[in-house]
Design a protein around this ligand. Structure first.
Ligand SMILES: *Cc1c(COP(=O)(O)O)cnc(C)c1O
Length: 343
């Protein structure tokens, strides 16, 4: 039986990255790689982005996988991690995001044990309350970091935060808090090389909020924001396709189903067929059905989501139907879905 295929295009990845870079210049891109590069495959993405200089990984294990393929790149991991992981990261010259005083103390302790230098980006909580040091605790936090920096066991490479992206006004306030925190670090003698607080949407549309670096995942993979516009020059990297297995009673049975990670609530969505846009009638366990089109035959290929060449929508459009975000559609796909590299 034919398995569904996720076609991932290296050419599209590269043109998206180029478009993002032009948009955020002179500020730089950090390509975010969490969740196995948003389901595209971490190694595939690193290899497909040879001119990217900064990679952002949530966890240290993934950061080490990036380092294994790119000795020269800057690699950043921001998840609070175990001492053993921190030690491995320091040895592999991975920059660490640090958003609590206890974690900062653990990172310093690991650097001291190794007789090495830890490279950190300090996180100010600008309102999202998802990790990060509150403004009232910032001065004491910075003092501990600066002390370790002066002892030669730590380098404060950057300051960072994460925006809520709920409203422009809230993001403006967060950016003001961010600037105050950077100034406090400078007043304490720190000289951060990079400043970063924006992800895809704010990096693209709010130039005044960009720091020197932008942590961008979604737009590089061509995933637009839910309820957001198309991004000029950016297209989906991944397309999900399946084959027609049988025809009966006016429907085509296709080889992809909920066991492959396709949400059954997607019944009714528009997908692509050789004759253009068609309707996904039902999503069953191993198969689904589509309204048959004129001339449909077994072995034809349909596109569940992609760039629109068969009349299909993008993954975000499917996500919008069921109240989630585009990357969720990709991340749900199971290992039975075969990844196929295309140009
Ligand atoms: C996921 C994530 C990003 C990237 O967000 P996109 O909207 O996919 O660009 C940036 N920063 C942090 C902390 C994240 O968790």
């Amino acid at each position: 039986m034919s398995v569904p295929v996720l076609e991932i295009s290296r050419g599209v990845l590269q043109s998206n990255i180029a478009a993002v870079r032009v948009q955020v210049a002179p500020s730089e891109l950090m390509l975010v790689m969490k969740d196995d590069a948003y389901g595209h495959g971490l190694e595939w993405t690193v290899d497909g982005a040879p001119d990217v200089t900064w990679f952002g990984s949530y966890d240290i294990a993934s950061a080490l996988r990036i380092r294994a393929r790119r000795d020269d790149a800057r690699v950043y991991a921001w998840a609070t991690s175990t001492d053993a992981e921190v030690a491995a990261a320091i040895e592999a010259h991975i920059d660490l995001g640090v958003g609590t005083l206890p974690y900062l103390r653990r990172v310093i302790a690991q650097a001291e044990l190794l007789g090495a230098v830890a490279r950190v980006h300090l996180k100010i909580d600008t309102g999202l309350h998802r990790n990060g040091v509150r403004p009232e605790d910032w001065t004491a936090f910075v003092a501990v970091a600066r002390d370790a920096e002066q002892r030669g066991v730590l380098v404060v490479v950057g300051v960072w935060s994460h925006l809520a992206e709920a409203s422009d006004a809230e993001d403006d306030e967060a950016a003001e808090e961010f600037r105050t925190a950077v100034q406090a670090l400078r007043d304490a003698g720190g000289a951060p090389e990079v400043l970063h607080l924006t992800a895809s949407a704010a990096s693209w549309w709010r130039p005044e909020l960009r720091g020197t670096l932008n942590r961008i995942g979604a737009f590089c993979y061509g995933i637009r924001s839910a309820d957001g516009p198309q991004i000029p020059g950016v297209a989906p990297v991944a397309e999900l396709r399946a084959q027609v297995l049988a025809l009966r009673d006016g429907v085509a049975e296709i080889g992809v189903g909920s066991f492959d990670g396709l949400p059954s609530t997607l019944a009714g969505a528009v997908i692509g067929t050789p004759a253009g846009a068609g309707v996904l009638r039902s999503v069953d366990a191993m198969t689904s059905t589509v309204d048959a089109w004129p001339g449909a035959s077994v072995g034809d290929r349909v596109t569940l989501f992609g760039r629109g060449s068969q009349g299909e929508q993008d993954a975000t459009a499917l996500a919008e139907r069921i109240g989630t975000v585009g990357e969720e559609i990709l991340l749900r796909l199971t290992p039975r879905v075969q990844r196929v590299d295309v140009d």
